[in-house]
Design a protein around this ligand. Structure first.
Ligand SMILES: [Zn+2]
Length: 354
């Protein structure tokens, strides 16, 4: 039957075993496959044309010869491909498919704590709050004096506060509240034309705490402040209720408990109904159904006077919340240190924070 095949095909068939053995990788193998049994321009394609043109009485024998040849080539190519792939796996080399788009480098993302602070800002922005920032190296005047913190207050001691050696009066701010002092002073001359002041101050703060699962010498706070006419506790409570429901869900309840901070009068601590168990009681809320979330109060008249704002004319409220504490609760992360170790696996898992 083979005598029916054209001589160049017989040549190609004789050269086939050697060409096949020379294919060291999949690319070479695919090229050889194209040349022998490809849909167009291959030896097999030429044979099919030949078959079509052959006289009727030759068709059966020629057809059988062509099929036999094609099948033999196909089987041999398949077997060689299995060998090449096995060899590639054994050496651990990667298959490189030139037709695929290149792999993109992993994309960076904001840190979960930044995202949570952004989220807080987003809640307050529609209420007319803008963002204020201040330096992390502060003066005692801004960090303590301007906030009505007495000279003998324990927070001023070097056991709690990082003072800058060789720079008397300078320290790492212990809260974001000095931003209140700076902003009130800056905006005091414009307060009438602005009709009041409202801003958020997110940022880093520093305290001399040993690092443990719930403490860090560096952490984040978000401070909020509003100054206007006839501002009272009802206004503070209404705003916090709105904001905390936006953060934790529409069925969230809040409660205010009396507390003391030198820069507010009266002061309070604010709890939210536990967003994790729906106030039924769980590990996070220690079975009480409530979680303490922030400290707040009406701005002390002394703080307004010190900034040059008349407390007889103006009143306001302020609050401050710990960002790590809230992030730990929302993500049920038991150890604060995880937020600072920059383990990519943890940071990726924290995608649930927004
Ligand atoms: Zn709970």
């Amino acid at each position: 039957m083979d005598h029916l095949l054209p001589p160049e095909i017989a040549d190609a068939d004789r050269a086939f075993p050697e060409a096949l053995a020379a294919c060291g990788d999949l690319d070479a193998l695919l090229r050889l496959k194209g040349a022998y049994i490809g849909r167009e321009g291959s030896h097999a394609a030429r044979l099919m044309d030949l078959l079509k043109a052959a006289p009727k009485e030759q068709k059966r024998d020629l057809g059988a010869a062509i099929n036999g040849l094609k099948n033999r080539w196909e089987e041999a190519l398949k077997a060689r491909q299995a060998e090449v792939e096995a060899a590639r796996k054994a050496t651990g080399a990667q298959l490189w498919d030139k037709s695929l788009p290149p792999p993109l480098p992993p994309r960076g993302a904001l840190h979960p704590l930044n995202r949570l602070m952004d989220r807080l800002v987003d809640v307050f922005r529609p209420l007319g709050f803008h963002v204020e920032e201040g330096p992390e190296v502060e003066t005692e005047a801004h960090n303590f004096d301007g906030l009505n913190i007495p000279a003998d207050h324990p927070a001023r001691g070097s056991a709690d506060t990082f003072y800058l050696a060789g720079h008397p009066g300078l320290l790492l701010r212990t809260h974001t509240s000095p931003v209140q002092v700076r902003t009130l002073k800056n905006l005091a001359p414009k307060i009438l034309e602005m009709g009041g002041i409202r801003f958020l101050a997110p940022g880093r703060v520093y305290r001399k705490d040993e690092i443990d699962p719930t403490h860090s010498p560096m952490f984040h706070q978000v401070e909020g402040m509003l100054v206007g006419h006839d501002i009272g506790m009802h206004h503070l409570k209404g705003t916090l209720e709105y904001a905390l429901r936006a953060l934790f869900g529409p069925t969230t309840e809040i409660r205010l408990r009396p507390s003391y901070f030198p820069f507010v009068e009266p002061g309070c601590e604010v709890d939210v109904s536990c967003p994790l168990c729906g106030a039924k009681g769980c590990r996070v809320c220690k079975g009480s159904g409530w979680v303490e979330i922030l400290g707040a109060g009406l701005i002390h008249p002394n703080v307004l006077s010190l900034a040059g704002i008349d407390p007889a004319e103006w009143s306001g409220w302020a609050f401050g919340m710990g960002v790590e504490r809230m992030a730990m609760m929302l993500s049920q992360t038991p150890d604060l240190r995880l937020f600072f170790e920059n383990d990519q696996r943890f940071l990726k898992a924290m995608g649930g924070l927004d």
